[in-house]
Design a binder for this molecule. Structure first.
Ligand code: HEC
Ligand code: HEC
Length: 218
């Protein structure tokens, strides 16, 4: 194999973005066209405004590609996403993932806290959620989220761990509950099932509220 071709193949392999003869910018541009059918739910630039639809902006490309593959294969089940993913080729998935990874995520829209009780409850949740995120709970074998999802919820692109920062709290609660009950179990190591399975519903809510307030520090 030519040295150049080998270097290209290696880079593509390492970044998880297998695509023939296209620059990153070309792929992002192609992706921009291909997300036309996604905007109605995932929003402009992947910043969905509806709590039930996850934001995709700034999500790690490798993670997006993987999720689209498992929706397509039926390993991850969602009535809306399965049909959509069926129509995507592997190249479409790569372009779409590169496009979303390139967008900036907007801060989570926060509900106004009107009464003193609401403010106190919110602060308690943020404190509990922040503590779980940073330290986990060793006695109960709940691993610290920070180890895989990073200090600012940015995830870990090479490892394929998703970014969580500024994601809608309701979607995070749903995702964690689906891991806990085993409804979502497509990851070969299923680490999130082991973690979420040991968390109470109150802890899931608290950590989701905390993560939704995380913003990228640049
Ligand atoms: C009709 C609404 C709808 C449309 C249109 C839609 N999605 Fe989704 N999408 C969803 C829902 C709902 C989920 C969350 C599924 C769940 O809870 O497991 C989701 C989840 C995802 C995820 C996983 C996100 C994560 O954080 O794990 C990806 C990636 C995704 N969609 C990509 C796309 C792409 C690409 C398109 C366009 C080709 C698209 N979606 C169109 C509703 C939609
Ligand atoms: C050992 C590494 C690891 C640790 C620790 C970990 N996670 Fe995860 N997390 C993952 C991986 C891997 C995935 C992707 C799973 C998949 O592909 O189905 C994930 C997915 C998620 C998702 C779904 C994101 C989405 O967009 O759908 C949420 C929410 C989440 N983790 C929250 C947490 C929380 C909260 C904690 C701490 C209590 C935590 N994770 C600890 C590795 C980890």
């Amino acid at each position: 194999m030519h040295k150049k071709a080998l270097a290209f193949a290696l880079t593509a392999l390492l970044s998880g973005q297998i695509h023939a003869e296209m620059t990153h910018a070309d792929s992002v541009n192609a992706g921009k066209q291909k997300v036309a059918s996604c905007v109605s739910c995932h929003g402009e630039h992947g910043n969905s405004t509806m709590e039930m639809f996850p934001k995709l902006a700034q999500q790690n490309a490798g993670y997006i590609i993987n999720q689209l593959k498992v929706f397509k294969s039926g390993e991850r089940k969602d009535p809306m996403m399965t049909t959509l993913a069926m129509s995507l080729t592997e190249n479409d998935m790569v372009d779409i993932a590169n496009y979303y990874a390139d967008q900036k995520i907007t801060g989570e829209h926060e509900e106004p806290l009107n009464t003193a009780e609401e403010r106190t409850e919110h602060e308690t949740m943020i404190k509990l959620g922040g503590d779980l995120y940073r330290n986990g709970d060793l006695k109960r074998e709940v691993s610290a989220c920070i180890a895989c999802h990073g200090p600012h919820g940015e995830g870990n692109q090479p490892a394929g761990f998703p970014s969580l920062k500024s994601q809608h709290a309701s979607y995070l609660v749903k995702a964690l509950t689906d891991f806990k009950t085993g409804k979502r179990a497509n990851h070969p190591e299923n680490m999130m099932h082991m973690i979420a399975g040991k968390m109470t519903d109150a802890e899931i809510k608290a950590v989701a509220i905390r993560i939704a307030t995380m913003k990228q520090e640049k």
